[in-house]
Design a binder for this molecule. Structure first.
Ligand code: HEM
Ligand code: NAG
Ligand code: NAG
Ligand code: NAG
Ligand code: NAG
Ligand code: NAG
Ligand code: NAG
Ligand code: NAG
Length: 352
């Protein structure tokens, strides 16, 4: 695939500029790429990697489009805690509590983990054990955006899988809670080098997917958050009759399964679900950015792609760091590694 942002308006410009479009698009819309990652990393190692993943996800999403949201959130959690190193995938049950056992992770979808392992099996069957689980998560998140109606774009590849769990404390420290206000988001994400535009754009991930009642009933009980639209609040009380209800609701009431800019329209109508969402419109530092995205979807897509490529490179392992896991749920050293390779019919493995 060509290395450029390919949503409509940029695509038109790129195709006109032929020879020089690559640099033009890169300079405009792409954050710096860290050493060790590249746009063509698997070109010879696994040329069909991206089509294998996209084709399989098309099938998954025809069956359940909700999984797109699960995969997008998985990538966010992976990257924010200890870097995009696949550590969120490690099954903690055998080796003690990891990211999976920490509260913010409890609502990650079990099916998202299964889909990643299934994609890993397909990719490794085609190419051998050359593609990392962290790259598979990054590609799956990108495809989830596109297959839900969002922009298509390239991401740099070459991440390696981490060898260690993130601690419960590291998870809590790195994932802001839904009760966070804009000050907290700007501070927390600012430490990871995201600016206000990035923060508002990344929050637009909430244009798809669902939430459990407990993530927002603090805004309903015992007292109703006055910034919340009254009708919206009453409907939410129907969905969540008590603060501890186990029910779920959609994050974007206007178009819950479509990756579009309606999330920002929700915020302008005081129908954001979390404090962390709604306060982006209340706070003067981010309000105009919200409005800008609400009135111009192309602008949102452009800033979202920029911020996602940035997020997808947080503290990545590259080169000979880490490993390429044979099973996304476990470190290779915790596996009967040769056994699993023989089971899947490989003869040789190029990287250990
Ligand atoms: C900025 C701070 C963020 C906070 C405080 C936050 C918080 C949350 C919470 C509390 C949920 C619902 C969990 C539940 O109760 O089931 C959620 C869901 C979700 N978040 Fe975020 N999030 C943030 C940023 C992001 C980012 C950067 C992305 C991706 C770009 C993202 C994508 C999603 C998606 C897609 C869902 C729905 C998941 C599903 O349907 O399974 N979030 N988020
Ligand atoms: C984790 O955080 C808790 C509360 O902040 C603290 O008591 C505990 O010592 C921390 N654990 C580790 C391993 O840092
Ligand atoms: C934002 O939240 C922080 C705690 O994270 C709090 O100290 C601060 O007062 C809040 N700011 C506003 C304007 O509510
Ligand atoms: C869950 O939410 C739906 C839709 O709002 C509502 O009809 C249903 O009664 C709720 N279920 C429970 C157990 O509260
Ligand atoms: C949920 O909250 C209600 C009151 O708000 C309480 O009566 C009930 O015991 C709680 N249930 C659980 C499982 O905590
Ligand atoms: C919307 O944003 C795009 C992308 O930045 C920009 O090219 C376009 O001029 C904007 N449209 C309007 C009507 O402002
Ligand atoms: C992958 O690792 C997990 C965690 O150790 C284990 O439960 C699972 O059976 C493994 N899967 C395969 C196919 O070996
Ligand atoms: C409680 C819960 O949903 N935990 C999830 C955390 O991650 C594991 C990964 O194996 C999922 O299976 C769980 O569903």
């Amino acid at each position: 695939m060509a290395s450029s942002i390919t949503f409509t308006n940029v695509l038109v410009i790129s195709s006109l500029l032929v020879g020089s479009w690559f640099c033009a698009a890169m300079a405009q819309s792409t954050p710096p790429i860290v050493n060790g990652l590249s746009w063509t990393f698997y070109q010879s190692l696994c040329p069909n990697l991206e089509s294998i993943i996209r084709n399989q996800l098309r099938i998954e999403f025809q069956n359940d489009i909700g999984q797109a949201a699960g995969l997008l959130r998985l990538h966010f959690h992976d990257c924010f805690v200890q870097g995009c190193d696949g550590s969120v995938l490690l099954d903690g049950s055998a080796s003690g509590p990891g990211e999976q056992q920490a509260p913010p992770n409890l609502s990650l979808r079990a099916r998202a983990f299964q889909i990643i392992n299934d994609l890993r099996r397909r990719v490794h069957n085609a190419c051998g054990r050359v593609v990392s689980c962290s790259d598979i998560v990054a590609i799956a998140a990108r495809d989830s955006v596109f297959l839900s109606g969002g922009p298509d774009y390239d991401i740099p590849l070459g991440r390696r899988d981490g060898l260690s769990f993130a601690t419960r404390n590291a998870t809590l420290a790195n994932l802001p809670p839904p009760t966070a206000n804009t000050t907290r988001l700007l501070t927390d994400l600012g430490r990871k080098n995201f600016d206000a535009t990035d923060v508002v754009a990344l929050s637009g991930g909430h244009t798809i997917g669902i939430s459990h009642c407990t993530s927002f009933t603090g805004r309903l009980y015992p007292t109703q958050d006055p910034t919340m639209d009254k009708t919206f609040a009453n409907n939410l009380k129907g969905t969540c009759p008590t603060a501890n209800s186990t029910n779920t609701t959609v994050l974007d009431i206007r178009s819950p399964n479509v990756f579009d800019n309606k999330y920002y329209v929700d915020l302008m109508n005081r129908q954001g679900l979390f404090t962390s969402d709604q306060d982006l419109y209340t706070d003067r530092r981010t309000r105009d950015i919200v409005t800008g995205f609400a009135v111009n979807q192309s602008l949102f897509f452009e800033k979202f792609v920029f911020a996602m490529i940035k997020m997808s490179q947080l503290s990545v392992l590259t080169g000979t760091q880490g490993e390429i896991r044979a099973n996304c749920s476990a470190r290779n050293t915790n596996n009967n590694y040769l056994g699993s390779v023989v089971d899947e019919g490989f003869e040789a493995v190029s990287q250990l």
